[in-house]
Write a protein that binds this ligand. Structure first.
Ligand SMILES: [Zn+2]
Ligand SMILES: [Zn+2]
Length: 149
């Protein structure tokens, strides 16, 4: 397990935020090697009686991200932290909030709203009508609790 620390070299303040950037070629090679090792272990441990394990595509520079951490002083703005940054992005820790060193990728567009289906009458649960003022609730009846006979 790796411990997260502020991206600013030499800063040991507690980490309060994280954002993502694309991996460098070395980081991508390491991620692919780690994934291949894990897949090999799974294949080695798989039962010969069962279908062979099926794996998805290996990580690529477009699908892989690396976490970057910042302390309360060395942190990007919320808008910048929401976006994926370039592999070469090194924020300037002397600016507050830290200035980004790249042009981050745009945010993904929000999903299209789902069409609303109108249910036929009888399929809609009516909302509970509010009890009129002065109505005695069954649980507070003077006859006491109901008894099954
Ligand atoms: Zn810091
Ligand atoms: Zn950046």
């Amino acid at each position: 397990m790796t411990t997260s620390s502020c991206f600013s070299v030499g800063c040991h303040a507690p980490v309060v935020a994280q954002w993502r950037r694309r991996p460098t070629p070395d980081e991508l090679s390491a991620a692919i090697a780690e994934e291949q090792q894990m897949r090999q272990r799974i294949t080695d441990l798989a039962s010969a009686d069962q279908p062979a394990p099926v794996f998805g595509p290996l990580p690529t520079a477009e699908t892989c991200t690396v976490a970057v951490f910042g302390c309360a002083t060395h942190v990007l703005s919320l808008d910048l932290a929401a976006r994926v940054h370039a592999a070469t992005c090194v924020p300037d820790p002397l600016k507050v909030p830290a200035a980004c060193g790249c042009t981050p990728e745009p945010l993904p567009s929000p999903p299209a709203p789902q069409p609303v289906t109108q249910l036929p009458s009888g399929w809609v649960v009516p909302t509970q009508p509010a009890a009129p003022a002065g109505t005695v609730q069954p649980s507070t009846s003077a006859a006491g609790p109901a008894v099954l006979s």
